[in-house]
Structure formats: structure tokens, C-alpha cells
Design a protein around this ligand. Structure first.
Ligand SMILES: Nc1ncnc2c1ncn2[C@@H]1O[C@H](COP(=O)(O)OP(=O)(O)OP(=O)(O)O)[C@@H](O)[C@H]1O
Ligand SMILES: [Mg+2]
Length: 136
């Protein structure tokens, strides 16, 4: 029997990003995820949590371990009530940024995880849900 993890974290400042990364790593280790997938997941989480802090003005993270059949994974939902994203298709393209950055965070994160869902409404906020399966 494994106890499922279900934790809520809030991202309000830079140091919360480190706490978030550490909690995600603990969850990944708990389900026995290998180091390569752990690293991919944590990199994706860092990008999404940073976006939430910079563009979304902070937000909340729900971290859970999940199962589907015999597969175990880590699921994370990032939710902010920031300005939202006007054109998600554009934002998901390599190199698109409204800041002065690389514009690689969202597309990079999508490539690093098993499942990626994004929903955003201008003036309401942005929600991103990711799952990394242990063997995915
Ligand atoms: N949570 C969010 N709320 C509002 N806008 C967002 C959010 N996340 C991303 N965006 C918008 O989508 C764009 C693309 O995000 P992405 O992470 O791909 O690139 P970036 O943050 O600009 O650069 P990088 O991540 O490479 O440093 C951002 O420039 C921003 O305009
Ligand atoms: Mg980014």
C-alpha cells in the first residue's frame, strides 16, 4: 500500500519555487521514478511555476501522485488568476515571448512531460495540468 500524496502549495515569491521543486522531487522519488524522468519533470515544473510567478502574479499548485491501471505518475496543476494568455497557440510555439526571454518555457515543458493541458482566459487566469508517468 502506498499512501497517495496530495499537497497544495502557493507560489508567491522566488523561494516558493525551490520548495515546489523539492516537493515534486519527493513525490517522484516516492513512486520510484527514475532520475532521468525526475529531472525532466522538475525542469518542466520550474518553468511553469516561474511563468506563474512572473506573468500570473503568483498562484497555487496542486501536487498529487496518481495511478492509471498499473502505471503510477505525478500530476501537477498550476493555477493563477493573472491576466491570462490571449493566444495559447502562439504561446506554445518555440521562441514566443511577451517578455525579453527565450520563449521556450511552455513548449519545452510540454515536451518533457507525458501529458500537458493548458487553459487560459484573458482577465480570468491560466491553468496548466501536467502528468509525468513513472515510465513515460
Ligand atoms: N501563467 C501565465 N500567465 C500569463 N501569461 C503567461 C503565463 N505563462 C506564460 N505566459 C505567456 O506566454 C509566453 C510564453 O511563455 P514561455 O514560458 O514559453 O516563454 P517565456 O516565459 O517568455 O520565456 P522562457 O520561459 O523561455 O524564459 C510568455 O512570454 C507570456 O506572455
Ligand atoms: Mg517561461
Amino acid at each position: 500500500m502506498t499512501t497517495n500524496i496530495r499537497e497544495q502549495l502557493s507560489i508567491r515569491q522566488e523561494r516558493d519555487l525551490i520548495i515546489c521543486r523539492n516537493r515534486v522531487k519527493e513525490a517522484a522519488v516516492k513512486i520510484g521514478m527514475g532520475i532521468v524522468n525526475q529531472t525532466k519533470l522538475i525542469t518542466a515544473v520550474s518553468e511553469l511555476a516561474r511563468n506563474m510567478l512572473i506573468y500570473g502574479g503568483g498562484g497555487n499548485v496542486l501536487l498529487e501522485t496518481v495511478t492509471r491501471g498499473r502505471e503510477q505518475g505525478v500530476q501537477i496543476v498550476f493555477e493563477d488568476k493573472g491576466p491570462g494568455i490571449a493566444d495559447i497557440n502562439k504561446a506554445m510555439q518555440d521562441g514566443f515571448t511577451t517578455g525579453k526571454s527565450m520563449g521556450m518555457g511552455l513548449p519545452g515543458a510540454r515536451r518533457l512531460v507525458s501529458e500537458f493541458f493548458i487553459e487560459s482566459t484573458v482577465g480570468i487566469g491560466t491553468t496548466v495540468k501536467i502528468i509525468k508517468w513513472k515510465n513515460g
